[in-house]
Structures are given as structure tokens and as C-alpha cells.
Design a protein around this ligand. Structure first.
Ligand SMILES: NC(=O)c1ccc[n+]([C@@H]2O[C@H](COP(=O)([O-])OP(=O)(O)OC[C@H]3O[C@@H](n4cnc5c(N)ncnc54)[C@H](OP(=O)(O)O)[C@@H]3O)[C@@H](O)[C@H]2O)c1
Length: 307
């Protein structure tokens, strides 16, 4: 990949650019001089495209493409001529009830994106956004493995996740299967590197017109039931939290470093999250996040009251 100085003008693609992380990543990339091809499912949705198109640098260096993860070849035009691809898109809507709603788009989607990258021939590296959801320290019975470290060798047990038909389980399953597929594709691909990154719960500022799902989840101890957080804690042994700026910084770091391979970054972000393991830390983090971000930006997210 290019050096720090050489990235200005480098063309990259961001999938899921209308989402919370994707849109903040686009903002960061434009700020750094990248040219960005952004994919959304529905570019006619002005609530999603508006915040992107009004970003500084967007008029000159941002192009929006339509692409659905489930459609083979849908990403061909968006990745054409790109050197790097950030594959961020994946279902995060926990209102869906079937395994197929999560696993199909995540698993088929990552392979569709990677195949488009292979066809493009210009892509040298793909950074795939995975999750700590793919690295649960659980045994096959779903029991926490005490004293375990989350690192790139840790994988969520898929049979356990399949046993309970619940949207959170489907999400964990989808992230695990998609990350494994991405790494395998990268290992078999001679032409490009695939690197994965595993953030915990992401929070912080954003440009989306709706309040991000995971920020709402994090606020639940204050606004409502903490059940989803407790479920996640039972899978992960903690509630790992990470600031969106750190997540975007890490994505770009992975794109810019000359030598990175496999699931290296999974470990680094998980390590950041480990610093915030216990409830004591969560409250400290929550309060600082509230002060730093949410309270200042309430007017940007009118549907915050839904949480
Ligand atoms: N937020 C977190 O705490 C967190 C933590 C760890 C990992 N992650 C991962 O980070 C990524 C982004 O999450 P987020 O928090 O930004 O969620 P988000 O705001 O819900 O964004 C999800 C994105 O995925 C896209 N998407 C979903 N299904 C799709 C499909 N069938 N075809 C094309 N695009 C599809 C959506 O596209 P549209 O905009 O077109 O609807 C949206 O842009 C996901 O891979 C997620 O697993 C998130």
C-alpha cells in the first residue's frame, strides 16, 4: 500500500457508506485526500446520501454507487479502478427474525465484494469490518472460557450460536462466518490482501440522519432495558466499547500500512476494548461519551427519543 504521503488521490471504495461507521469513515477518508466510491443500497434515499454529499471534499472526490450485498456483481462498478476497499456493509438491524436475513447478506455479500475486487484487478487490499461478535470466548456449550484472551485465534462457536433462534445469535453467526470466509478468500487470492478488524461496541459522533443502533444499545442502562447488553456480556464476558474515531483510524491504518496480513487487527481493537472490560469502566466511558458527543449532538439525531 502507499505510504502516508502517497495516499492523496488514492481511490478507495467504502461499502455500507450510508451506515454509522461507513459514513464516518468516508468523512475521515475525504479529509485525508482520498477519492471515495461509496456504496448504498438506495442512493435515492436523501436521508442517507445528503450527509455524505455535504461532506467537505465530497463534490470533488466522492461518487455514490448502488449495490446490494445479495446481488452477484453488484459491486463491480464501485470497486473498478480502486486500490483499496473497505468492506463495512453488513446487516445490523436486529428487528429481522430469520438466520437468512443476517447470514446470507453477510456471507454471500463478503464473497460478492471480494469477487468484484478480483475482477477489478486494481484492488491491492481489502479491509473487512468484522466484530468482537466473531471472537466470543465461549466453548461449544456457550460457557465462558475463564481467563481467555481475545485474539485472532479466538472464534465464536457457530454451532452454539445456531442453537438459539435469536437475532443477536444470528448476528454473531453472520459476523463469524463472514470473517472466516474473508480470510480464506484472501489466503487463496494471489492478487490482493484481505485484512479483518474486530471492533467492540462502537460509539461516538456521527453524520447519519438516524441515531445509530449500537449507540442506542449502549445507552440502554439509562434509557431502558439492559437485556441486550446483558446477553452480549454473556457471550463476550464484558461489554467491549470503542470510540468511532479509533475504529476509523484503525481501518485507515490497516489500509496504509505496507505490511499487514490476515486477522492481525482483530487483536489490536479487541485489546483496546479489553481496557474497558468491567462495569466500572463502562460507566466512566458512558459518561465521558455522553458529555463529549451525545448531549452536544442531540439535535442531529431526532430519533434519539426512541431509545
Ligand atoms: N456499530 C458497532 O458497534 C459495530 C461493532 C462491531 C462491528 N460493526 C460492524 O460494522 C459494520 C457497520 O455497522 P454500523 O454500526 O455502521 O451499522 P449500520 O449503521 O446499520 O450500517 C450497516 C450498513 O450495512 C449496509 N447493509 C446492510 N444490509 C445490506 C445489504 N443487503 N446490501 C448492502 N448493504 C447492506 C447498510 O446499507 P444501507 O445504508 O444501504 O441500508 C448500512 O450502510 C457492520 O459490518 C457491523 O457488523 C459494528
Amino acid at each position: 500500500m502507499q505510504s502516508h504521503e502517497g495516499r492523496v488521490g488514492m481511490k478507495v471504495c467504502v461499502t455500507g457508506a450510508g451506515g454509522y461507521i461507513g459514513s464516518w469513515l468516508v468523512k475521515n477518508l475525504l479529509q485525508r485526500g482520498y477519492t471515495v466510491n461509496a456504496t448504498l443500497r438506495n442512493p435515492k434515499n436523501e436521508a442517507k446520501t445528503g450527509p455524505l454529499l455535504s461532506l467537505p471534499g465530497a463534490a470533488e472526490r466522492l461518487k455514490i454507487f448502488q449495490a446490494d450485498l445479495c446481488e452477484e456483481g453488484a459491486f463491480d462498478s464501485a470497486v473498478e479502478g480502486c486500490e483499496g476497499v473497505f468492506h463495512v456493509a453488513s446487516p445490523m438491524d436486529f428487528s429481522k427474525l430469520s438466520e437468512d436475513d443476517y447470514v446470507q447478506p453477510a456471507l454471500k455479500g463478503v464473497l460478492n465484494v471480494l469477487k468484484s475486487c478480483s475482477r477489478a484487478k486494481s484492488v491491492r487490499r481489502v479491509v473487512h469490518t468484522s466484530s468482537t461478535a466473531a471472537a466470543c470466548p465461549l466453548n461449544e456449550e456457550g460457557e465462558l472460557i475463564s481467563g481467555s484472551t481475545l485474539d485472532e485465534s479466538r472464534w465464536t462457536p457457530v454451532d452454539f450460536m445456531r442453537r438459539k433462534q435469536d437475532p443477536f445469535n444470528f448476528y454473531y453467526l453472520s459476523k463469524t462466518l463472514a470473517e472466516k470466509a474473508a480470510i480464506e478468500y484472501g489466503l487463496n487470492s494471489g492478487e490482493m490482501e484481505v485484512v479483518t478488524i474486530g471492533p467492540g461496541y462502537v460509539a461516538g459522533p456521527g453524520i447519519t440522519s438516524t441515531f445509530p443502533v449500537t449507540c442506542g444499545e449502549i445507552l440502554r442502562p439509562i434509557t431502558g432495558s439492559s437485556e441486550p447488553l446483558k446477553l452480549n456480556e454473556s457471550f463476550l464476558g464484558s461489554i467491549p466499547l470503542v470510540h468511532i474515531d479509533d475504529v476509523c483510524e484503525a481501518h485507515i491504518f490497516l489500509m496504509e500500512q505496507p505490511n499487514v496480513q490476515g486477522a492481525l487487527m482483530k487483536m489490536i481493537i479487541v485489546f483496546l476494548c479489553q481496557l474497558l472490560l468491567r462495569n466500572f469502566w463502562i460507566w466512566g466511558f458512558l459518561i465521558s461519551m455522553l458529555l463529549k458527543t451525545f448531549l452536544i449532538r442531540l439535535s442531529n439525531w431526532p430519533n434519539l427519543v426512541d431509545y
